[in-house]
Design a protein around this ligand. Structure first.
Ligand code: ZN
Length: 453
């Protein structure tokens, strides 16, 4: 047995001894769900555990984030293990918060249990001396892209610069001392076959809020005096649909607009109609290209009807690129727990995560591991197998950290040498900042025409 095999064995032994504590943390967080940028009680639970382990930390990062460091015996790269603090809004979930509707219907409670389990293993098995580099335990806020208006309020009032946690932490420079970031997301047999696996890549997206402004008039008595904003929205949907043949199959573009307000009263020509859409794609450039075509379609519709359109665009997540070297490491360690035949390559995913943002400029690992029952974001989701859902991620995270940083951190150095960024951190920030834009286009609705009914 090599030296680092012994280290991993010791770490896993400590995690096994702490099994009930790790499960207890996961279940306690499941029963106290909080929405993004409001995860104060969850963060308090993280801090309490870190304090107990004798780890110092910084807190209040991007409002609720907590970051602790375990320093290795020698200098070297810094590996961040991450867990997401936030829940979703699923009011019908049996374990939802009765007031906010928040529920852990995506298994982020298991991420925090896994992260703290890894912290218990790595800090209590006295392996730090043997590591060349540092392990950061990073509890990060607000991964789910929800409560958009609330978060835009945070941006407008200068509390945050972005709508999700990792984006904000990057902006604050809190990933500057980190060389690679690793996390494990839960999945279930209903969602994916096999006990663990990963998508090499996933889509990114941006979001748009759209308002068509026409002119109201009596729909029976004087429709000729109105400007119908609903018909403008209808034309916009047709024009957006007509763009679809220009999207290449490889870019996996998804545009899925909805009308959220279709008018005020049935006997009034609709003067104000609202739409929302996401624009998703496999690359950052393809997202911008599709976004440009959607804007053109919206302007064209306003022009056709002679009304106004306001297009408010906000950045979502950038596409995920799972690091191939870290992916191999995950396959090996998760395979040692579940059996190598349980690994699956899920192919490109249409979903999105803000771990994708990090993966544009640093090596990132974001695989899936079983343990849950039900479907992500639905009322039937919970961690049904505590050992697979809470304890296995703790062991896998801890073992990967040991492998990366033991033996003079040869493996971590290899990950860094092989990594090719898609863009620099500064380019990333500029690109995402540039997405924030509110455009008002007048297709011929003069001010005097908007007054009076
Ligand atoms: Zn999730």
């Amino acid at each position: 047995m090599t030296n680092h095999d012994v280290l991993k064995q010791n770490v896993c032994q400590v995690i096994d001894q702490a099994r009930d504590r790790i499960v207890g943390l996961g279940e306690a967080i499941m029963d106290a769900p909080e929405l993004g940028f409001k995860e104060h009680a969850t963060a308090a639970r993280v801090k309490e555990t870190l304090e107990d382990l004798g780890l110092t930390y910084d807190d209040g990062l991007a409002i609720t984030g907590v970051k602790a460091v375990l320093r290795g015996g020698k200098p070297g790269p810094t590996v961040a293990l991450m867990g997401e603090l936030d829940a979703l809004q699923v009011p019908g979930h049996p374990r939802a918060n009765a007031t906010t509707g928040a529920a852990h219907a995506c298994g982020h409670n298991a991420q925090i249990a896994g992260l703290l389990g890894a912290a218990i293993g790595l800090s209590q098995a006295n392996v730090a001396e043997q590591l060349a580099g540092n392990v950061v335990f990073f509890a990060v806020p607000a991964e789910e892209y929800v409560e958009i208006d609330y978060r835009l309020g945070l941006v407008k009032s200068g509390v945050t610069s972005f709508l999700t946690g990792k984006q904000e932490l990057v902006q604050l420079g809190l990933f500057d001392d980190i060389d690679m970031a690793i996390m494990i997301h839960s999945t279930s047999p209903e969602v994916a076959s096999g006990s663990m696996g990963l998508s090499p890549s996933s889509n990114g997206f941006l979001a748009k809020n759209i308002t068509f402004q026409g002119k109201a008039s009596h729909a029976g008595g004087s429709p000729q005096r109105g400007v119908n904003a609903l018909y403008a929205a209808q034309l916009a949907l047709s024009a957006i649909n007509a763009q679809r043949e220009t999207f290449s199959d490889e870019e996996c573009v998804r545009v899925h607009p909805i009308i959220t307000k279709g008018g005020d009263l049935v006997n009034i020509i609709p003067a104000e109609v609202k739409m929302e859409t996401y624009v998703r794609a496999k690359t950052a450039d393809a997202i911008l290209d599709a976004s440009h075509k959607v804007d053109r379609a919206l302007r064209g519709a306003a022009m056709a009807m002679g009304c106004q359109v306001e297009i408010a665009t906000v950045p979502g997540n950038l596409p995920l690129r799972n690091d191939p070297t870290l992916s191999e490491l995950f396959k090996q360690h998760a395979g040692s727990l579940f059996g190598p035949d349980e690994y699956r390559d899920y192919g490109h995913s249409g979903g999105s995560t803000d771990a994708g943002d990090l993966s544009q400029f640093m090596p990132v690992l974001h695989p899936m591991m079983t343990g849950a029952s039900g479907t992500h974001h639905q009322t039937d989701w919970y961690i049904s197998d505590h050992d697979a859902g809470y304890v296995a991620p703790a062991k896998t995270l801890a073992m990967m950290a040991v492998d990366l940083l033991s033996s003079e951190a040869t493996l971590a150095q290899e990950v860094m040498t092989r990594f090719r960024p898609e863009m620099s951190k500064d380019e990333y920030l500029q690109r995402q900042q540039a997405v924030f834009k509110t455009e008002r286009f007048d297709g011929g609705l003069s001010p005097e025409n908007t007054a009076g009914h």
